[in-house]
Design a protein around this ligand. Sequence first.
Ligand SMILES: Cc1ncc(COP(=O)(O)O)c(C=O)c1O
Length: 372
Amino acid sequence: MKKIPLFKSYVDKSDYKSVLNSLKTGWLTHGSSNLVFEEKFSKYIGSKFSISMNSCTSALECSLKILKKKGEVIIPSWTWVSTANAVLNTGNIPVFADVNINSRNLNAENIEKKINKKTIAVIVVHYAGLPCEMDEIMKLTKKRKISLIEDSAETLGAKWKKNYTGSFGMGCFSFFPTKNITTTEGGMLTINNRKQYLEVKKIIAHGIDHDKKPVFWHREAVLPGHNFRLPNHLAALGISQLKKLNKFNAKRRLIAKRYDNFLKKFEDVFAIQKVSKNLTHSYQMYTCLLKPKLRNNFLFFMKKNGIEVSAHFVPPLHKQNYLKKFCKKKLKNTEYLSRSIVTLPIYPNLKNVDLNRIFKLITKWYEKIKKN
Ligand SMILES: Cc1ncc(COP(=O)(O)O)c(C=O)c1O
């Protein structure tokens, strides 16, 4: 039985060529392709600057390091562990806010409930390809003078009104193979402040200040930096992938529409996501909700029949053992989502025959549970 994966990167001949040409130059670390990738990325997103690095997790850490103060950072519990880890690993405290069930995202109302004198920032997570509703969030962060960081690991190429995610605050992107484009491992930080941009460039490369160079062999470190660099050949892969991003996302949207239309037939058990008219969706994941008492049975059934399905995220962060102590209250919507979410296969090259096989199997499962 052929397995249908949950995610699959689309890497073609033009990508191989791009990587090979880069390797052939003999320049094997951060180099000229990084600068080109960053410039093209900024142009696409609409940010002043971009800094390529080895992961979104590193981008999140950099965004917090440059704030120059420590305190509480509001984040959703409905996210990957990196969001909280970046908060803890930079000496801050995560404060979990609940999300909306349909969008699975934070909104201004839920963020505001968690703001106090110790709050220094909020990290909004644009979950699975759907941007947060940014107008109210930006108004709130400006009014309360807290920094706005966007964890856009799962959302590249989707807009709130006319603007892409990553252009509202500091944007953190991932190019992990399951994401909208890939550089294998990799990430990007988008930023509008020049001083902060220059500081991040130092943080990701051992803290060395290349302007302080009285002689060519002098290397002066001005802060305790990291090695978060993305190598040149992976930046070259990023450039080649970025050219295909709009095509990838168009394909993802078509597949999502087919899932929506199909699942509508079973609305007594499945709930599809509604996308408000101010938003576009880039469907890094396709998620729907299933009645909690049926969810696990469905996941086991699909897996047994060769379809890779999953549930993002179980457990949610505030239920992870090492994070429990940061959340004393129930997060009702997040907990409901964790019991009902289903992630179905989506990737640009998902063939119609495979999608039809998924539909056939879902119908079979539905008929089976209706009989029992
Ligand atoms: C919401 C979110 N944040 C951060 C990350 C981390 O990305 P990376 O693997 O590039 O560090 C992920 C990746 O899965 C994610 O989904």
